[in-house]
Design a protein around this ligand. Sequence first.
Ligand code: AMP
Length: 399
Amino acid sequence: MTFDDFQFDYDLMDGLDAMGFNKPTPIQELAIPVILAHKDLIACAQTGTGKTAAYVLPIIDKIIGSNHSHLNTLILAPTRELAVQIDQQVQGFSYYVPVSSIAIYGGGDGAIWDQQKKALKAGADIIIATPGRLISQLASGDIKLDKLEHLILDEADRMLDMGFYDDIVKIISYLPKERQTLLFSATMPPKIRTLAAKILHKPEEISIAISKPAEGILQQAYLTYDAQKIPLLGEIFKQTTYQSVIIFAGTKERVKSLQFELKRIGLKARSFHSDLEQKEREDLMNEFRSRKVQVLIGTDILSRGIDVDGIDLVVNFDVPPDPEDYVHRIGRTARAESKGTAITFINEKDQRRFHAIETLIEKEIPKLPLPTFLGEAPIYSPKTHRPEPKRGFKPKRKS
Ligand code: AMP
């Protein structure tokens, strides 16, 4: 299948060419015809599969063919990073066509708020918004969404995890009942099903390899004690040259301390966390994209929606607590069918968690031997290593 098969507008095809898109990905092959046929859709697809273009392209094509004098499409996304990236893709595709977009997200100062408000009032074909900020803008009363034709929920599972359920339902109360609704989610827990039943009308369903990492990712792991992790990382960087690396750690405190520990062994890295101002985050991402920054350390906020091609190594310095997060983290590499490596460090306490990941992805990940100078590694025995009991917990005595 090629993009020609969708019979998109010629100028939109020029935008596609300019972005270097030659062949649709599987999610695009499946989703685009459904969206062009004006049907509602539930799509189960992770980031990295090309899901953004899967809904953005047919929507832009439809807007080109309509009389677009009002806010036509609303895309809801969990984080401002994702909202900005979706907006960048929309702008890239619509470079040669008269389709406009704005991103509405939280943070920033009063000037940004006013700027977003003005842009909303002036109107745009596509709004990409985080739910909290859109609710605040809608509450001011002068933005009209009553002629909206398309609603898209991107990373719906993440939005619900972040507590946006009520905001989403509220936003939908401002929209016309007659509309096309598309729901994209990496996972399909029951709460997503409940939301879908409430807001979609006879949806088609498609699913792309649920919770399975992309084929192009070489997954490896090391069993380590905590004290071995930093020298092990140093050794990995010594053995292979990587162009662009993300290191994930569990908390922002850990991210910050890692940056210093890495510096001590001569590894230059920058950290990405929620204490950074929006502008600092954007600047840092741009430096990472342009390879001025080679190694980025972050928490799971980095695992969703950062759209950087050519990341060749992802390191899980700690095993993520949620197996789905593992899939998201390592999905930062090997995007759009390229190759990449994902290495996870597993200490004794994390063995059970890691086993849960292997169960989820139905694959045993090879555990590589530690370099000999690091000494003995823990034995992999996930069934015997129990998580530590919470401090202060005392079993109840039977009276
Ligand atoms: P997404 O899953 O939407 O986050 O997209 C992952 C990455 O793949 C993004 O950098 C897209 O620009 C890229 N991409 C998506 N579809 C295609 C395609 N058909 N050809 C080439 N690159 C693509």
